[in-house]
Each structure stands twice: as structure tokens, then as C-alpha cells.
Ligand binder design. Structure first.
Ligand SMILES: [Zn+2]
Length: 265
């Protein structure tokens, strides 16, 4: 059962367009993830959840979710001083997302879901989708972080109280997805100093609502391992269950997206 768009022949894509469908576009970046994780964490986590969700929704709900090749570069300003971290400008990130999504629309796809694995892509993705929606207000354009799809389990069962970057969740998921690229001997707990007092800003990006948005660099960033959270409490078991919870959430969301199509005039 093929779900990866790049593995399909054009007649197979043509066929998929005739049935209820959603294009999933995973987005990540090439960015440092502490001394213990590879640069591809954000991209690989988003792509992995996308693929499993697409397989599940095809099997159980007969909905075609086609997973597009991931966007492996993103806007990564904060960590650019770390070796290997290479990003796109904000403007380029917007253009890349916009051009890809417009390409799918021109092919006749009506539902596009961006599954993002990288915080700094959030605003460029929102701008890109917003720009497109002013031309195509009836289309189903959506974006979500992969971990939000399983947040009830992820937050309910976590051992650490700060999750943001190269943390318990990203490390646990990577132990499942690409264990050969993890070195747990190098994992350290780090909670960087905040750019503003805790009253205004939380480092627990997954769990707490940040009260204000800041584009400012974190103090001392670039002088440490590059972790925000506690990867030392990570486990493959937590990673497997977290991914499973996200795939459950994604399956439900894909069904809702397809069903919502008929309700928009
Ligand atoms: Zn990450």
C-alpha cells in the first residue's frame, strides 16, 4: 500500500485524486539537537508520524493520504552557531511552503495538511497558508505540530516538566525512528536561562502556553550542548507510545478534514 507520493506513478496519483484525499507535507529543518541526537530529528519525526497515519487512514477509513517528500530545511535562527545547522531565511521558508502547496492545489488537491516538526517554521507556514487562502478560501489548508496530535498521552505520561528541544519527547521518538544515530552517553539535562522572567515566558514549549512571543535569541545559546529539557529520562517505550498516540490523533484528524470538505461553500 503506497502512501509516499514520490514512490507513485502518475496514473496512481490520478486515481488517488478521484477518491477522498489529503496531501500531507512534513516539514522540519537541519538543526542541532544536542550532542546526543542527529540534525534530522524534526524532519524525521514529522515524516514518520505522517507515513504511519497515512497507512492507517487508508487501511481503516479508505481515505487516501499522500505523503509528500518532506521539507528538510527550515527557518533556524536560534541555533545557527552550531556545526551543521543550516537554515533558510524567513522569506525563503514562506516561499518554499507557498510554492509547494500552490503546486498541489494546481494539481487538483483540495486538502493539504502540513505536519511540522520545528517550532521556528510555525510563523512562515502560517503566513504561506494565509496567503494562499486569500486566493482559495474554500480549500482545506491546515498545519499542526506532530506532537500536538498525541499531546494528551505525551503530557500525561512524561517524566520531565520541560520539553522544548532535544528533550525527553524528541529523544524518545528518535530512539524509535533512528536509534542508530543516537548516543545516549552524550545526553545531558539543560534548561537554558529564559529571555524574560517566568511570569511571561515558559521553556516548556510542549506543555505550557507561552504568554508572549519573542523573536529574541535565548541568553547563552550557543555556549551549551543545545538541549532544552531533560533527555536523560527518555525511553524507547515512551517514544513508541507517543508516536502511537500521534498516529491515532492524525487518523482522526484526516477523517475530519475529508468530512469537512462538503460543509464549506
Ligand atoms: Zn526539534
Amino acid at each position: 500500500m503506497k502512501v509516499m507520493l514520490e514512490d507513485m506513478r502518475w496514473p496512481e496519483v490520478e486515481e488517488a485524486l478521484k477518491t477522498p484525499n489529503v496531501v500531507i507535507l512534513p516539514t522540519g529543518c537541519l538543526e542541532q539537537h544536542g550532542r546526543h541526537l542527529p540534525l534530522s530529528v524534526d524532519t524525521r519525526c514529522a515524516a514518520h508520524v505522517s507515513e504511519l497515519g497515512a497507512i492507517r487512514v487508508r487501511k481503516e477509513k479508505n481515505i487516501r493520504a499522500l505523503v509528500a517528500p518532506p521539507v528538510s530545511y527550515g527557518e533556524t535562527f536560534t541555533f545557527r552557531h552550531y556545526p551543521g545547522t543550516v537554515g533558510l531565511s524567513v522569506d525563503t521558508t514562506i516561499r518554499v511552503i507557498e510554492d509547494i502547496v500552490r503546486g498541489f492545489i494546481s494539481q487538483g488537491f483540495k486538502n493539504i495538511l502540513v505536519i511540522n516538526g520545528h517550532f521556528s517554521n510555525t510563523l512562515p507556514i502560517s503566513v504561506a497558508l494565509r496567503k494562499i487562502s486569500s486566493d482559495f478560501p474554500e480549500l482545506g489548508l491546515f498545519a499542526v505540530y506532530w506532537w500536538v496530535l498525541g499531546s494528551e498521552f505525551i503530557l500525561g505520561e512524561r517524566k520531565s516538566d520541560v520539553m522544548a528541544h532535544a528533550c525527553e519527547l524528541e529523544t524518545s521518538a528518535t530512539l524509535v525512528i533512528q536509534p542508530e544515530n543516537v548516543d545516549m552517553n552524550e545526553a545531558v539535562k539543560e534548561i537554558p536561562p529564559l529571555p524574560l522572567p517566568e511570569k511571561w515566558f515558559s521553556c516548556d514549549f510542549y506543555g505550557s502556553r507561552k504568554l508572549i512571543h519573542t523573536a529574541r535569541k535565548f541568553p547563552q545559546m550557543g555556549e551549551d550542548a543545545g538541549v532544552m529539557g531533560d533527555p536523560t529520562v527518555s525511553s524507547k517505550e515512551y517514544g513508541e507510545k507517543a508516536i502511537e498516540a500521534c498516529v491515532d490523533g492524525l487518523t482522526e484528524l484526516l477523517v475530519e478534514i475529508v468530512e469537512s470538505e462538503g460543509r464549506i461553500q
